[in-house]
Design a protein around this ligand. Structure first.
Ligand SMILES: [Zn+2]
Length: 81
């Protein structure tokens, strides 16, 4: 039994109406998940298992940490120049 490739969807955005947008960086699959339904806007690779990434619901914390990291990186880079 051949194994199906597995792609991890990336959390793109949280919509004001409660929906969450997900997209696959490898095949372009794109979907919007509501609490009780799922809307697939782009199918992407048909023989692939798609799992939701692990960044939701921790995305806001990740964004804050990333921003601080970027600032420190840019600061260090400027000193290097
Ligand atoms: Zn995919």
């Amino acid at each position: 039994m051949p194994m199906q490739p597995i792609h991890r969807l990336a959390n793109l955005a949280q919509r004001p109406d409660g929906a969450v947008e997900w997209a696959c960086p490898r095949c372009g699959r794109y979907l919007v998940r509501y609490p009780d339904t799922q809307l697939v806007l782009a199918a992407g690779a048909s023989d692939t298992i798609h799992l939701l990434g692990d960044r939701y619901p921790a995305a806001p914390i990740d964004v804050a940490a990333m921003s601080e990291f970027d600032q420190q990186f840019l600061h260090a880079h400027a000193i290097g120049w």
